[in-house]
Write a protein that binds this ligand. Structure first.
Ligand code: ADP
Ligand code: MG
Ligand code: MG
Length: 247
């Protein structure tokens, strides 16, 4: 699904990723943990193709393609979904409009017919239900006045509609209370725990991993994966802190 080999990337000419390798197979959930400033978000943005994140070495294969040769929208069309740490607000555009536009843009880029209004609403209701969001909330402008938890749940509705192969979720648990954490965790499982799909969770804390059980946990420090293990590694990090584990 995803094969990252010796990835080097710079932000504003500053080397951030320094030889990162990671391999994710379909059906797997991987968690990346690590101290502040380690390069976790940089990895997510680099995979998404965000402008300003320059790859200076290494290779990334995604679903049989050279990811680095694809523009950001082509990466999304190929099945990559990037959940943002700080979701944007779009005053004047309702979430429903935004979701429909996103769904149909994706279908167009795959050479598929756009969804009819009825088909789209059925899909949106189904995915909103998974995240316990009522449709009235989705009629409001994108993220404007949404709580942290509502933003994340709305983003997961978007993920459900786009139905990606690989979801990269950067601190999706930040700012969530216990109930929202459970709903978001269960939503991720419902949408992404399926054959042919995989998840990369970027998180500081073990707590999301109580709901979305990772198959592999990696520690990212100073731009590289310095340790990999099973779910028990997240518990060890939680108990001992990064310094003890990374040293
Ligand atoms: P993490 O997500 O692990 O906390 P980041 O990937 O956000 O880390 O940041 C890694 C490093 O890159 C940090 O030292 C950060 O200051 C730096 N960095 C990130 N974005 C920029 C930017 N736009 N300009 C300069 N430095 C940046
Ligand atoms: Mg950070
Ligand atoms: Mg970050």
């Amino acid at each position: 699904m995803l094969e990252i080999t010796d990835l080097h990337a710079t932000v504003a000419d500053k080397p951030i990723l320094k030889g990162l390798s990671l391999s994710i197979n379909a059906g797997e959930v991987h968690a990346i943990m690590g101290p502040n400033g380690a390069g976790k978000s940089t990895l997510g943005y680099t995979l998404g193709g965000r402008p300003g994140y320059e790859v200076t070495g290494g290779a990334i294969r995604f679903a049989g393609q050279d990811l680095l040769a694809l523009a950001p929208h082509e990466r999304a069309a190929a099945g990559l979904f990037l959940g943002f740490q700080y979701p944007v607000e779009i005053p004047g555009v309702s979430f429903v409009q935004f979701l429909r536009e996103a769904a149909n843009a994706q279908r167009r880029s795959r050479g598929e017919e756009p969804l009819s209004g009825g088909e789209f609403l059925k899909l949106a209701r189904e995915k909103a239900g998974l995240l316990r969001m009522d449709m009235d909330m989705l009629k409001r402008p994108v993220n404007v006045g949404f709580s942290g938890g509502e933003k994340k749940r709305a983003e997961m509705v978007q993920m459900g509609i786009l139905d990606p192969k690989l979801a990269i979720l950067d601190e999706t648990d930040s700012g969530l209370d216990i109930d929202a954490l459970r709903i978001v965790g269960e939503g991720i499982n419902a949408i992404m725990r399926a054959p042919g799909k995989a998840v990369l969770l970027i998180t500081h804390y073990q707590r999301l991993l109580d709901y979305v059980k990772p198959d592999f946990v990696h520690v990212l420090a100073a731009g590289r994966i310095v340790r990999s293990g099973g779910p028990e590694l997240a518990l060890e990090l939680e108990e001992q802190g990064y310094e003890a584990v990374v040293a």
